[in-house]
Structure formats: structure tokens, C-alpha cells
Design a protein around this ligand. Structure first.
Ligand code: CP
Length: 307
């Protein structure tokens, strides 16, 4: 297919064909990271800016490595030591950096829609690296890539997403991605953390982990986002752990034969037990590895649209 988008803001607006095209492109980039010299010249001469207004380990590092493996120059903008701390708006910040002739902004922000606002103000490519509770498209793409790598397909699989669905941009992007590619998605968590009417976007809802994990191929655990919990959505962490925390001893991997995924960072001992995270059925580090190939694909496709 002929890729036309300069921005990647979410999976909601992508077609099934576009998602599959990114995954196929990522497949061709995966091998680059196994070479002795992990570099191709695809974006030589281009400049990519990491504009992270929220903390990140995986996404920021992964985008930086992906851009460098495509031979782009990378600038990691430090918000805490920038003029943002003096009150400069995100649009002024982006437009001033763009005036130095950069080609792409990778944007993470606590406010949903911040990458969209920047994309309307600049000619450079804008990639959403997680905005508020809205979307985290490259996380979902690397999750789809990992599932396809393990199962050879996505259509027909059953995936249970467990935890804080309400605040989760990862859940939203994964719901769009998995349903568009033909998987069945069940969301599970405390009723206070499941958005009303979520069934309308094609998922089923379950309030019992034991029920949700029956006959599924993937159990996808979400992080409890302590930084976004302004109210008491559940009585205590101990209560959450008892009812929704995942421990493989309670839900035997061997018997049920599902794989375990988590986007990170994990709250060990809360939504996931340490032993579960380390079990052979855990795909958590494979997800991180695949993030590089997927982000190389997204950078390659979008930055080439900038003129
Ligand atoms: N999965 C994820 O977005 O992790 P980081 O917050 O470390 O980037």
C-alpha cells in the first residue's frame, strides 16, 4: 500500500490495512537489531525530537534507539530544564524547535489531545507516544506485532485486558488494534475502572478474573496508574490485589495455556506477582524488544511524508 500519513496519533483512525502495513514494515526492520552494526541509512539527514512531558523508560529509549538505527539525528528535549518551566506553551515550544528544521516530534503528554494540537501547528511528523487517557498507538502496535510473532495470526484470537481500563491509553489503543484485526477482546476490572458503554466499541465486559481468563490466548495486565487516581476507585491496594492481582498460582498458565503481557512499568505485587512476570509464558520483554522494530517502521513511514 501507499502510506500517506505524516502523523500517527492513534489506532482509532487507522484502517486494518494500515495497521497490517505497519506490522509488515516492522517485520522487515526487526533483523536490523540483530546485526553487528545495527544501522540502516533510511532516515540519514533527518532529525527526530523526543518531546516527553511525562516520565518514560521504555517508549523514550525505544524511539531514540529506533531513530538512531535508521541513522536519524535524535534530540531528547528535557522539559524540566526548558522554557516550558517558564510558562511557554507546547505549541510555541514545538514551533520554535521546528524553526531549527527538525522533521519529527515524538510527543508524550499527560493531556489527551496534546499530540493532535502540536500536529496542527507544525509541518513535521508527529507521533503520539502516549497522551493522557487517550491512546498509546506504538505500544499497541508492538503488542500486536508480538502476538502475531507468537501465534502467526491475530484474527480469531481471544484476549483479556485486565485492570484499570478507565485511565488506560494502552487499553484503548489495544482495543482498537485487536478488534480491527479480528481478535475478540474482553475487558475486566473493578466496575469503577471500566468506562460506561465500552461495549459499544466491540468488547465484552467481565468483572471476574477467573471468568475473564477462561479459554483466552492472551492475558494482558494493565498497570494501576497511581498518578491518575484522584479518587478512590477501589478500597485499598490489598483489596485490588486480592480480587484483580494476577498470580499464576491462582490461574494456572499450564492448564489454561495463555500468554501473559504487560506494557510496563509493572507494579510487582499489585497487578502482577513477581513469579508471574518471570514465567516462561510471559511475553513482557519480547514486547520491549519488538518496540524497536515497530517504532523504526512508524518513523520510516511517517518521516518520509515530510517535505
Ligand atoms: N509502556 C510504556 O509506555 O512504558 P514507559 O512509560 O516506560 O514509556
Amino acid at each position: 500500500m501507499n502510506w500517506k500519513r505524516k502523523d500517527l496519533l492513534g489506532l482509532e483512525e487507522l484502517s486494518r490495512q494500515e495497521i497490517e502495513f505497519i506490522l509488515d514494515t516492522a517485520g522487515s526492520f526487526k533483523e536490523v537489531s540483530t546485526r553487528a552494526v545495527k544501522k540502516v541509512p533510511a532516515l540519514r539527514g533527518k532529525t527526530v525530537v523526543n518531546l516527553f512531558f511525562e516520565p518514560s523508560t521504555r517508549t523514550k529509549t525505544s524511539f531514540e534507539l529506533a531513530a538512531k538505527r535508521l541513522s536519524a539525528d535524535v534530540l531528547s528535549f528535557e522539559v524540566s530544564t526548558s522554557s516550558v518551566s517558564k510558562g511557554e506553551t507546547i505549541v510555541d515550544t514545538a514551533r520554535n524547535i521546528e524553526a531549527m528544521k527538525v522533521d519529527c516530534f515524538i510527543v508524550r503528554h499527560s493531556i489527551s489531545g496534546a499530540p493532535l494540537v502540536i500536529s496542527k501547528a507544525v509541518k513535521a511528523a508527529v507521533i503520539n507516544a502516549g497522551d493522557g487517557c487517550h491512546e498509546h498507538p506504538t505500544q499497541a502496535l508492538l503488542d500486536l506485532f508480538t502476538v502475531k510473532e507468537v501465534f502467526g495470526k491475530i484474527s480469531g484470537l481471544k484476549i483479556a485486558i485486565i485492570g484499570d481500563i478507565y485511565h488506560s491509553r494502552v487499553a484503548r489503543s489495544n482495543i482498537w488494534g485487536f478488534t480491527k484485526l479480528g481478535a475478540k477482546v474482553i475487558v475486566c476490572g473493578p466496575p469503577t475502572l471500566i468506562p460506561h458503554g465500552i461495549e459499544k466499541i466491540g468488547v465484552s465486559v467481565c468483572y471476574s478474573v477467573a471468568e475473564a481468563v477462561k479459554n483466552v490466548d492472551i492475558v494482558y495486565l494493565l498497570r494501576i496508574q497511581k498518578e491518575r487516581q484522584q479518587e478512590n476507585f477501589f478500597p485499598s491496594q490489598a483489596e485490588y490485589r486480592n480480587f484483580f492481582g494476577f498470580d499464576y498460582k491462582k490461574f494456572s498458565f499450564e492448564k489454561n495455556k495463555f500468554f501473559l503481557m504487560h506494557p510496563g512499568p509493572m507494579n510487582r505485587g499489585l497487578e502482577i506477582s513477581t513469579e508471574s512476570a518471570e514465567k516462561e509464558n510471559s511475553l513482557i520483554l519480547q514486547q520491549v524488544t519488538n518496540g524497536i522494530a515497530v517504532r523504526m517502521a512508524v518513523l520510516y513511514l511517517t518521516v518520509r511524508q515530510v517535505h
